[in-house]
Design a protein around this ligand. Structure first.
Ligand code: SF4
Ligand code: SF4
Length: 725
């Protein structure tokens, strides 16, 4: 799909679905945040859930055998389906063997993956969805827009319109949610009674006992499982847990992270076949219990290969709570009809799509993950979702055919980057080389890049949106300035390295100088050696080998300072997030630990100095000036934003803070022509929290650029407020 086609699709989906998706995801995230704030065992349960999942996937073949034995002992059947076709064939066979005509289904993303409804309907069977959301999209003939809220993209008005159009009603339905729910409930209730076979998914399956665990907010799933005489449960092989007690952390967590509830409305533990009669509603009598049958279809469809894949394996720990979608700013604007593949959507959808449908199915949605990391702390099983997306991006880069414009930037990226790496990614991933070249003649470079026809050319060739203003190169880099800066604290006990990140060094050395002066005023000796870009830029384009090289170079440049006991102070939060996060993946363990342990975010460091007796009066302070502060997504994920607010408040500012997940700019993302409008839509939620006039400061470079685009005012880094000069 071309850039303009992508932009057009996103625009269309945002227009159609955006408002409803945003309302629903924002409400869920707010509830989740509120409930997690007072849920003390959260981290402990996440650890426990993660451990159970890791162990269950590690021992999966043994667990499958154990489960098969337990289910067969209970009188049921287990079928391990290799792929969708195999699973569909088996389910159709069960229908045929029972002489069944009608299947009632509860919500199951796994059957969406199988496209089971299409298969059974093509074979002449009737299928009724009994979950409210699934019922709506079945009537509308649409695809789910969210893994737990399939009809999230529809407003109640549009649902009322749909029902009034599709059903022959005496009185039209209003948009009242209760009226719509009552209508659907009555209808699907009748259909469950008519059904010959009931089909459910399973949130978890206990291998020791053969117990199916269904976690729902509607009563339809348990009715679907037990009302018809036959029950088929379809689930991925990754859903197995060894014992009933292993369910505890999951049922606690899934409700809290997924929907912000203490527990879901229904929690059903079924160990079929149930040794009871069943009700034959047609005949008005009980049917014999011998007619009951149970089939558990365990789906592989790529999962066993994911288990063998060191990078994608983590996806299998997913319990499909949907929290990563709810909290994702880009998902909030689009929903799963844009941020989705053949079946799965949202942040973790990329891993699922790559695993079960193949890389191509993940291609279109993958770039919608900006790596902001806001989903990471929300995931109940601690999956590093942005890392999975980076891995998939890297694999996609390697699978692409060379771009026709690639020759223009040939040689700008290391040889081991793939030939098919898109020119846009090459440029943004290698921005340090461009900055270095440009800074040889900054005036000329700035004039060239600010020239309209050049911007248009960049847009056409490399998808750099011409509606964005490119940052301008400074006349002198921070490192150059530092080489002639007199260090007043030479020989001081405390000596630090101020990391000259790409943006501060080449584009905004003023904030670096302000940081130097603030640190020096507090008695610290500051060094600014020449250190390469952290690798964040190539990593966010999926250029893992280049990021790997950068990480090694950064460590090589900083190691002597760490050896000498110098702390590393970092201005740009996304670089600190590299040092404390992604370097674990890129560097040998010892190097990653050393750099992570030695690094501090600038305000975290200032806060520590002040707490340890440094004099605030040495810095510039305020007399109660009202100020809006926007922290950075990765800074918030690391829990570091509180240091900036604490220091600014100590310095006398009256602060209000924004609390959106992301500004929408996210490094290069907002510069890309296909994502410009999405980036601005995400920013519109931030815009509502900004003051009408009045100063705004932001910790992140790209956040500042985005807010400047919204307000037309400069948005400095907060350190400039404390600059003693
Ligand atoms: S890292 Fe950010 S953009 Fe990516 S999936 Fe998570 S929340 Fe969404
Ligand atoms: S990746 Fe984590 S947050 Fe996302 S759906 Fe799966 S379990 Fe939930």
């Amino acid at each position: 799909m071309s850039r303009s086609e992508k932009a057009e699709k996103i625009r269309r989906v945002m227009e159609a679905d955006g408002e409803s998706v945003a309302n629903s995801t924002l409400a869920k995230t707010a509830r989740t945040d509120e409930i997690l704030e007072s849920f003390e065992p959260y981290e402990e349960l996440r650890e426990e859930a993660r451990r159970i999942k890791e162990d269950a996937i590690e021992t999966l073949p043994k667990r499958i055998d154990e489960l098969t034995e337990a289910v067969e002992e209970n009188g049921g059947h287990v079928y391990l389906a290799q792929d969708a076709e195999d699973a569909n064939r088996y389910i159709e066979g069960v229908m045929a063997d029972r002489g069944a005509e009608h299947l009632a289904k509860s919500k199951s993303m796994t059957t969406e993956e199988l496209e089971l409804n299409d298969h059974l309907e093509a074979a002449g069977y009737e299928v009724t969805e009994t979950d409210l959301g699934e019922f709506i999209i079945q009537v509308a003939d649409e695809k789910p827009s969210h893994i737990t809220g399939p009809a999230m993209h529809r407003s109640t008005e549009s649902i009322a319109e749909l029902f009034n159009d599709r059903f022959d009603l005496e009185e039209p339905l209003s948009a009242d949610p209760q009226e719509l729910t009552a209508f659907a409930r009555e209808r699907v209730g009748d259909r469950i009674r008519d059904a010959d076979v009931g089909l459910t998914g399973a949130n978890f399956v206990v291998t020791e006992t053969g117990t199916i665990c269904l976690v729902t907010n509607e009563g339809n799933a348990r009715k679907t499982a037990v009302t018809p005489p036959a029950h088929i449960a379809v689930t991925g092989v990754e859903k197995l847990v060894p014992t009933v007690s292993d369910l505890q952390p999951f049922v606690e967590l899934i409700a809290k992270t997924g929907t912000g509830q203490d527990l879901t409305s229904y929690l059903s533990l079924l160990t079929p076949p149930v040794e009871t009669d069943w009700v034959d509603f047609d005949a008005g009598e009980y049917g014999p219990s011998e007619d009951r049958s149970f089939h558990l279809v365990l789906l592989d469809n790529g999962r066993m290969a994911m288990r063998e894949d060191d990078e994608l394996r983590e996806t299998l720990y997913c319990i499909r709570c949907g929290a990563c979608s709810n909290t994702c700013a880009n998902f909030q604007s689009t929903g799963g009809h844009a941020f989705g593949g053949e079946t799965y959507s949202g942040g973790i959808g990329t891993g699922w799509e790559a695993g079960v449908h193949g890389l191509d199915s993940a291609a279109e949605m993958n770039d919608l993950c900006t790596g902001c990391s806001r989903c990471v702390n929300k995931c109940p099983v601690k999956i590093d979702i942005p890392w999975i997306n980076t891995i998939v991006r890297d694999r996609l880069n390697r699978s692409n055919e060379p771009d026709s414009f690639d020759f223009l930037v040939d040689g700008l990226t290391p040889d081991d980057e793939p030939a098919g790496l898109d020119i846009q990614k090459r440029l943004f991933g290698n921005i340090e080389t461009m900055a270095k070249l440009g800074s040889l003649t900054p005036r000329l470079a700035n004039a060239t890049l600010g020239f309209g026809p050049v911007q248009k050319l960049l847009e056409r060739v490399a998808g750099v949106d011409s509606r964005r203003q490119l940052p301008t190169l400074a006349e002198e880099t921070l490192v150059e300035w530092a080489s002639r800066h007199h260090n007043p604290n030479l020989g001081a006990d405390r000596e630090v390295v101020l990391y000259p990140d790409l943006y501060t060094n080449y584009f905004s050395p003023e904030r670096g100088k302000a940081a130097v002066r603030a640190l020096e005023a507090l008695g610290v000796a500051v060094r600014i050696p020449s250190v390469p870009e952290s690798g964040r830029a190539p990593l966010s384009q999926g250029m893992i080998d280049t990021a790997d090289e950068k990480a090694s170079e950064v460590y090589a440049a900083l190691a002597e300072h760490i050896d000498a006991g110098r702390d590393i102070v970092v201005i740009e939060p996304s670089d600190l997030a590299m040092f404390r996060g992604e370097y674990e993946r890129l560097l040998p363990e010892r190097a990653a630990d050393r750099i992570a342990d030695a690094s501090y975010e600038l305000f975290e460091y200032l806060y520590g100095l002040l707490e340890n007796g440094a004099e605030l009066d040495a810095l510039s302070t305020s007399d109660g000036e009202v100020l809006t502060y926007h922290s950075h997504c990765q800074q918030r994920t690391l829990g570091l934003d509180a240091y900036t607010t604490a220091v600014l408040e100590r310095a006398g500012y009256e602060l209000s803070t924004t609390d959106v997940e992301c500004c929408g700019m996210a490094g290069s993302f907002g510069y890309k022509s296909e994502y410009y409008e999405l980036s601005m839509d995400v920013a519109s939620r931030l815009d509502k929290q900004l003051p009408d006039g009045g100063p705004v400061v932001a910790s992140g470079t790209s956040c500042g650029e985005q807010i400047a685009a919204l307000t037309a005012d400069a948005v400095p880094h907060p350190i400039t407020l404390l600059d003693p000069r």
